[in-house]
Design a protein around this ligand. Structure first.
Ligand SMILES: C[S@@+](CC[C@H](N)C(=O)[O-])C[C@H]1O[C@@H](n2cnc3c(N)ncnc32)[C@H](O)[C@@H]1O
Length: 151
């Protein structure tokens, strides 16, 4: 659990009890389940299917592969009980035709995982699905000290 980001959870959720939170390049981030248990709706994007299944299995979450999404060359996995939806496909094909109106973004290590010349597109996609003015808490695993978390 990445406490540094959790310190900013009120900013991510806008202090809402039921915020819609975006996890780009989510991997197996355990915070998805942690925040879902708090009542929030979670949407992740991850292209490694085994990672998506491991996240669900390791957290003992039942799930269904609910639909194929040709736009991202992938599928959607859902745990309806906890309002967790993970798009298993290419983030760079994700966008507002699939999801919009995120109250906030939780990103740990995603920006660094993409090539430098793709980072503009990475953040453009993020902005296109967020509510106007919504915050993004980003944590870079490589930076240390006070620079670790930027908002
Ligand atoms: C550094 S990890 C992120 C870990 C995660 N955010 C966490 O907090 O544990 C980067 C993840 O991005 C995924 N990834 C990389 N490029 C992607 C893309 N174009 N579309 C979807 N997922 C991608 C990788 O498979 C990997 O799981």
């Amino acid at each position: 659990m990445y406490i540094q980001n959790l310190l900013h959870i009120d900013k991510i959720t806008g202090k809402k009890n039921k915020a819609k939170i975006f996890f780009p390049l989510c991997g197996k981030a355990v915070e998805m389940f942690y925040l879902a248990k708090k009542g929030h709706t979670i949407v992740g994007v991850e292209y490694i299917e085994i990672g998506v299944k491991q996240f669900l299995d390791e957290n003992k979450l039942s799930y269904k592969k609910t639909k194929h999404v040709p736009e991202i060359d992938g599928d959607v996995y859902e745990n309806e009980e906890n309002r967790i939806k993970i798009y298993c496909g290419d983030y760079f094909k994700f966008g507002p035709t699939l999801e919009t109106n995120f109250d906030g973004v939780w990103d740990r290590g995603g920006l660094e995982a993409v090539l430098i010349d793709q980072r503009g597109k990475y953040t453009d996609i993020m902005k296109s699905v967020m509510k106007r003015g919504a915050p993004c808490v980003y944590r870079s695993p490589r930076l240390t000290g006070r620079r670790r978390t930027t908002i």
